[in-house]
Design a protein around this ligand. Structure first.
Ligand SMILES: CCCCCc1ccc(-c2ccc(S(=O)(=O)CCO)cc2)cc1/C=C\c1ccccn1
Length: 241
């Protein structure tokens, strides 16, 4: 459905990201694993565009105790962004397009000797109906958050920042193991499978070594910190489907 000027672009990106649900073996297709931490595996591809390091990043993870909607809600919800984001300085919502879509402006902490980066992007949370089912596991529900760079007349960029361009998706699926005793579904029955992809164009020169070490260090940290945050935030709340 078209509700705002970016609806078409959003729907197109969601379609492309859902192709990831075919769980094509990340170890294939040229993905190089850079981290493994329990259920979390982080992959990258080496990609240079116009002399800039634009390595695609993909992470797969599976966490208990939370639903796909909870994971996507806390990833999308602007009011809690500072609770789990630690590389962001300035964060503003420039426009709210609908109850699940905002346009955000943020700056990232400068990493010497590169110039500071900022991002101006649309962020939308969408429930996926009839997702492609994979193997024999049937997901209870599938949610996606898409963050992608857009222009906006009201952006008041922090001077000195280089505009980074992002294409990010967080896809979450809830799997439920019904309790043996036929009792109610509790958080112990939940498993949330996560696919996170991030394509960041730094928008201008930065040393390859600096960029690649930032990504190798920061993505696993962010995924661990964010998933722990959601488990803590939801542990005494009603399950949100
Ligand atoms: C010289 C430094 C160039 C890189 C700067 C940078 C650009 C973009 C981004 C970034 C990373 C994740 C998203 S998101 O997943 O949409 C969540 C919303 O914030 C949006 C933007 C980060 C960072 C810099 C650091 C960095 C890199 C990974 C992970 C964490 N921090």
């Amino acid at each position: 459905k078209v509700t705002h000027e970016h609806s078409e672009a959003l729907n197109q990106r969601i379609k492309e990201h859902l192709a990831l649900l075919d769980h094509s073996d990340p170890d294939a297709n040229g993905w190089e694993q850079i981290t493994e931490d329990g259920e979390m595996k982080v992959y990258r591809k080496e990609l240079v565009q116009d002399g800039l390091i634009c390595d695609p990043l993909k992470a797969v993870h599976s966490v208990g105790l939370v639903t796909a909607k909870e994971m996507c809600h806390y990833f999308w919800f602007p009011d809690v962004r500072r609770d789990w984001e630690e590389t962001v300085d300035v964060f503003d919502v420039l426009e709210t397009l609908d109850e699940a879509t905002t346009i955000n402006y943020q700056t990232h902490k400068q990493v010497w000797p590169a110039a500071q980066r900022d991002c101006l992007y649309l962020s939308s949370m969408v429930k996926v109906d009839n997702p492609p089912s994979v193997g024999d596991k049937i997901p209870h529900d599938t949610w996606i958050v898409c963050n992608f760079s857009v222009d906006h007349p009201e952006a008041n960029p922090v001077s000195g920042c280089v505009r980074a361009l992002i294409e990010v998706a967080l896809i979450c699926q809830t799997f439920i193991t019904l309790p043996k005793d036929g009792g109610p579904i509790t958080r112990d029955c939940l498993q949330c499978d996560i696919i996170y992809v991030a394509n960041v164009n730094p928008g201008g020169w930065a040393p390859a070594s600096v960029l690649r070490s930032i990504y190798k260090r920061e993505y696993p940290k962010f995924l661990n910190r964010f998933t722990n945050y959601v488990q803590q935030k939801t542990k005494d709340l009603k399950l949100l489907f």
